[in-house]
Design a protein around this ligand. Sequence first.
Ligand code: CP
Length: 307
Amino acid sequence: IRHLLSGADVDAGTANRILDTAAEMATVAGREVKKLPALRGRTVVNLFYEDSTRTRISFEAAAKRLSADVINFSAKGSSVTKGESLKDTALTLQAMGADAVVVRHPASGAPHRLAEWVDGSVVNAGDGTHEHPTQALLDAYTMRSRLGRLAGLSVAVVGDVLHSRVARSNVLLLSTLGAKVTLVGPPPLIPVDIVAALAPGTAVCYDLDAVLPQSDVVMMLRVQRERMNDSYFPSAREYARRYGLDGTRMRRLPEHAIVMHPGPMNRGMEITPEVADSPRSTIVEQVANGVSVRMAVLYLLLGGNNR
Ligand code: CP
């Protein structure tokens, strides 16, 4: 593949190749010399129009561990504030020799437009409420390393599906890899028609307590109140009562089940500190795995035998 824009861009073979390569990359993190020369002479631009902690830093760490040159661009403090367009910004960065552009943008579809304008590879690091494919890949990696497989797993994705690019990319990728996804949350936050079009086998349930005993994985989503309007704006207490994962609910999961969250979390709303900090939680592990998975993605886009 030349670009990674959507969970739909990777078939099962490509996804497994990325996950296997990430497992090899993870061994680098444990070594005394953490750097590989694979992308020496290549330039990776991190183009961020929206705030990020995990994704931006892990792409930077991933590119540096592969010996690439890294340019970090944040829209704040750039000529974007003077009205420069995404296209002009992209062409400026290309003129500086970008081999890959990692882009986060508040507009759904922005990475797809970018891919039409630049010669290098484009990686979607989160576009609006649309997709976040490397998050789905690191989530799949985490499930596989904790539970040993993806095919046949029952994965409950819980909460604000409507606004979640993480949920969309996970639905696409997990379906490709043979997991069974159930979306759980209040009806106004589950866009049944959109999800059915994305992955027809996806189930929907509005009762979290009914789903937990059958789940191998429960993936809690951040309630994105900044993207909500007045038609549905739950109080933290009401939301937590119906759809929050607390210690009592966590104990209804099978013993082997894991709890995931892409971060950042609203502690006390969709997840309690007791759950977030419990041994079942993979939240910190997901962050660490993100570096290996993003190393694999950059390596396969820029340094593998695709180009
Ligand atoms: N999970 C995730 O995308 O986090 P950031 O917004 O901090 O990058």
